[in-house]
Design a protein around this ligand. Structure first.
Ligand code: MG
Length: 376
């Protein structure tokens, strides 16, 4: 029997145990509710815009760096693998991964930090919270309700991974309990995917040499057998097999640790997962400091590289100046955003508008508003 055919564990999310949708809708019988959710995410404007949003490296510089879209697809793939290994619902893990960055603003982390600063006295900004806002409110493809009316388990997973909702009561779905296991898996899959692909893109961008990478023990361990077999090849020629080994190591660690935790606390149902008091999906205590070492290496050598700081600073100025210009003259907002101001507040509406922009749209809008000879 193939691995995908193995029976699911009793704590997996299933359509039978789903808490359903906020607005009742009629679907043909035997249609999997998570397949409907997946289709709604793929059809959303927010999903299509991920293609033109920066992950780490500005997308206009090279066509082969990760974008927010290809990052999302890699997270979905890692989530699916973890779900299969842990015998839980791979379709749900993948769906949460496809949804997790829908609210990410343009220009990557710099965009998020800038909006958070601009919104500090107006309810804050955090991209996980914004992803939930996209699926609950901002997308509006059906006249009967706002949002995508997604299943409870997807919205719950987004709410429970959001620092803005850490204080109880700030979102009804963030009640202090844990996310379903598929949501926890998507969260770890995000981390595994970006740790590996940011290394690959940084090597591709010429930011890292092999000597730099030898500071990271996870890299050195993964590279050793590959380098033994291919001593004379360039780093570019061997980075993929090394990263495959690194990724497999991280996946194996998460699977073993999750199995250990599930057995230790005798998890037997989805509510046991919710009420466990801590995530069941996590890196092992041995792996956590090694991952932290890799991530602080990425922070120092990649995210704080002078080429990236120059880009971040430019993005900060774009976004801040656009934001302030709309605050001064709200009449410049498109009518569908302008109409929401009474209900949502000016700053929130501006934040929603900018968070939804692609890098390209944001740059074009800046030119239209601030360059005197640009057409409006
Ligand atoms: Mg992500």
């Amino acid at each position: 029997m193939s691995q995908t055919m193995r029976e699911s564990k009793p704590y997996a999310v299933t359509s039978v145990s789903s808490r359903g949708r906020e607005h009742s809708e009629h679907f043909p019988r035997n249609v999997d509710p998570y397949a409907i959710d997946r289709q709604r995410v793929l059809h959303s404007a927010a999903f299509r815009r991920l293609e033109y949003k920066t992950q780490v490296f500005v997308i206009s510089e090279h066509d082969h760096f990760r974008t927010r879209m290809t990052h999302t697809l890699e997270v979905a793939s890692v989530a699916r693998r973890l779900c299969v290994a842990l015998q839980v619902n791979g379709a749900v893990g993948e769906l949460i991964a496809l949804t997790h960055d829908l609210g990410h603003p343009p220009f990557g982390h710099a965009g998020e930090v800038t909006l958070a600063e601009l919104m500090v006295h107006h309810g804050g900004f955090e991209h996980n919270a914004q992803s939930l806002r996209v699926v609950e409110y901002l997308e509006h493809p059906y006249p009967a309700f706002r949002g995508l009316n997604m299943t409870h388990e997807v919205r719950e997973s987004l709410a429970k991974h959001c620092t803005l909702y850490d204080s109880p009561g700030s979102h009804p779905l963030a009640d202090g309990t844990q996310a379903p296991i598929e949501g926890q898996i998507a969260n770890l899959a995000d981390r595994i995917a970006y740790d590996c692909h940011d290394l690959e893109d940084a090597i591709g961008a010429g930011l890292l040499e092999e000597a730099d990478l030898c500071e990271v023990d996870l890299w050195t361990n993964a590279a050793e057998p590959v380098r033994k077999a291919h001593a004379h090849l360039s780093l570019a020629a061997v980075r993929r097999p090394i990263l495959d080994r690194l990724e497999a190591k991280l996946l194996g660690d998460v699977v073993a640790e999750a199995r250990r935790r599930i057995a230790a606390v005798k998890v037997a149902s989805i509510d046991d997962v919710r009420n466990c008091g801590q995530p069941v999906v996590a890196f092992s205590p041995d792996m956590e400091p090694r991952i932290a070492g890799l991530e602080s290496f990425l922070l120092e050598r990649v995210y704080r590289h002078h080429r990236l700081i120059r880009m971040d600073d430019k993005a900060r100025r774009f976004i801040t100046e656009l934001f302030n210009a709309y605050v001064v003259e709200r009449g410049m907002l498109p009518p569908r955003f302008h109409r929401r101001i009474d209900d949502q507040g000016l700053h929130r509406v501006i934040c929603d508008y900018i968070a939804g922009m692609t890098d390209r749209f944001c740059q074009d809008e800046y030119k239209r508003l601030f360059e005197p000879f640009e057409r409006m």
